[in-house]
Design a protein around this ligand. Structure first.
Ligand code: 8YV
Length: 328
């Protein structure tokens, strides 16, 4: 009897979705939902066909050089900045992600953060919960309007475009900056989004949403200089990745009133984010949950599962990120 290949599932979730795997693999689940250290990850990956993981698993040259026989790493995320694709290819490892199925859900959440930040929803709730609501006044928790304002989007991929489409219901103007300008057809579909340079985006946006993938080239692309160019009444929303924003500079800008507020779902060094955020009232802070709806997370896991099953069957994984690996 031939034994089945082994698969490391770095998180234990949606058992019914994972059940598809048991026809193909002997599974090793991370029942405790721990984030593995690099040495533990290397140990656990030894002798495995592959791994299903999340953004917290760092797959780099150092890790890969300790392994042999690993064929696929499949992340439950659209962002794959935790993978060194070049190193994966060199080591003959296929890398896959789970794109598309989270676009609309993530766009919804960007709007949730933008609305909560502009209208100071969490700040007002804290006030109420603290028993401080003893009287009411006309200038009580005044915030900024969304309707009729200018929405800026940095990073106009599939998620950025889904965010832009939603602006039509609010009568907002949409401007964006991206590595390249979208086709006219795509701009039209994205509520007539207008391509501008980065400086114009920073200066004109009343609400600026970050929706670009992380790479070393965009590290701290929003720092002290950029924040100083934004309107004092503006809000900054990050549903992309920590590291795009210089968090220390953002804290300064929020303290000094250089911008009005920030809605953040991602942070540098999460889950150990900058503690000074907690002392600020003009922030809405969430623990990386923009894609977290039951339906979408199931769809993401399903996609990650499909990728490893294709690989073990000798088929092309639908979301292969490094097709060059097939030529090796
Ligand atoms: C993931 C994300 O849920 O898709 C991404 O890039 O950031 C989230 O949707 C998270 O990264 C876990 O892998």
């Amino acid at each position: 009897k031939t034994s089945m290949p082994k698969l490391l599932v770095a998180r234990a979730m949606f058992p019914d979705v994972l059940a598809q795997l048991s026809n193909f693999f002997e599974l090793e689940l991370n029942q405790e939902d721990r984030i593995f250290s690099q040495s533990e990850l290397a140990e656990r990956l030894q002798g495995k066909f592959g791994m299903i993981c999340t953004s917290s698993a760092k797959v780099d040259q150092d890790l890969l050089s300790k392994l042999s026989g690993v064929k696929i790493i499949s992340t439950i995320a659209v962002g794959y900045d935790n993978f060194d694709l070049h190193a994966c290819t060199q080591h003959g490892v296929m890398a896959t992600n789970s794109p598309d199925v989270l676009n609309e859900t993530t766009a919804d959440f960007a709007w949730a953060l933008m609305m909560a930040t502009a209208r100071r929803v969490t700040e007002a709730e804290h006030f109420l919960r603290a028993g401080l609501w003893t009287k009411w006044s006309v200038d009580f928790f005044v915030g900024a309007d969304l309707h009729g304002s200018c929405l800026g989007i940095l990073g106009m991929g599939r998620i950025g475009q889904a965010i832009a489409r939603r602006a039509s219901g609010f009568g907002m103007e949409v401007i964006y900056h991206n590595r390249s300008q979208l086709s006219e057809e795509k701009e039209l579909a994205a509520h007539h989004a207008r391509y501008v340079d980065k400086q114009t985006l920073l200066r004109h946006a009343d609400h600026l949403i970050l929706a670009l993938p992380y790479s070393p080239e965009v590290h701290h692309i929003i720092g002290a200089i950029e924040l100083a160019q934004m309107k004092p009444s503006a809000t900054l929303i990050n549903i992309a990745r920590g590291g795009i924003v210089d968090d220390a500079a953002l804290i300064q800008a929020l303290r000094n009133g250089q911008i009005a507020g920030a809605g953040l779902d991602v942070f540098e060094n999460e889950p150990r984010f900058h503690a000074d955020f907690l002392g600020l009232k003009n922030v809405v802070l969430t623990p990386h949950i923009a894609s977290a709806t039951e339906r979408t997370r199931r769809a993401m896991v399903n996609r990650a599962v499909k990728n490893v099953i294709s690989a073990v069957r000798g088929e092309l994984p639908p979301d292969l990120l490094n097709p060059e690996v097939l030529e090796i």
